[in-house]
Design a protein around this ligand. Structure first.
Ligand SMILES: [Zn+2]
Length: 172
């Protein structure tokens, strides 16, 4: 039976969020090789979906996708008229200039600082990274986190500011 679903594209990146009118079994999730990474519960009518999921009247200013405000930061999304994903990147625009944030090959990274915590608590499982920033700093860390590939709607606001260097030695 077809119902209305709100779906978010894989990795919030190349596919804006949208409303589908589909049979649940026809919606392919990312783990099934599809493009959908999250979806709402199904609704019988579009109006019910809009009310229950708190969808705004206007599409997202950046990607043109549906703006759903059923989140803890819903009011922010409503005020900026941005979808959850675009707001995520909008907030990163300022953040990218912090000394522990890096844009490398179009992806956003954050250094949590070298740590002795168990590997499973560290970014990339505690793997050793060496980064050279374009302003001449060298950062070596075992606690690097990736916020994923930058959205295509924001990539031109995030020029690369660093590169990876080969790591010669690994810490035990
Ligand atoms: Zn958007």
């Amino acid at each position: 039976m077809k119902r209305y679903y709100f779906v978010v594209g894989y990795n919030h990146n190349d596919k804006p969020s949208e409303i589908l009118f589909e049979d649940r079994s026809n919606v392919k999730m990312s783990y099934q090789g599809g493009e959908v990474c999250s979806m709402s519960r199904g609704y019988d009518t579009l109006d019910e979906l809009k009310v229950k999921e708190k969808i705004t009247d206007n599409p997202c200013c950046s990607c043109g996708g549906i703006v759903i405000t059923n989140y803890t930061n819903g009011q922010v999304l409503r005020d900026k008229n941005l979808c959850f994903s675009c707001n995520f990147w909008d907030e990163k625009i300022e953040e990218q200039h912090k000394p522990n944030k890096f844009v490398i090959n179009g992806a956003f990274y954050s250094d949590g600082g070298r740590s002795n915590k168990p590997n499973h608590c560290l970014g990339f499982g505690g793997a050793e990274f060496k980064i050279e920033t374009f302003d001449g700093r060298i950062i070596e860390t075992n606690n690097l986190w990736c916020a994923s590939k930058i959205s295509k709607y924001y990539i031109d606001k995030f020029p690369d500011n660093a590169k990876f260097c080969k790591v010669e030695k690994f810490l035990k």
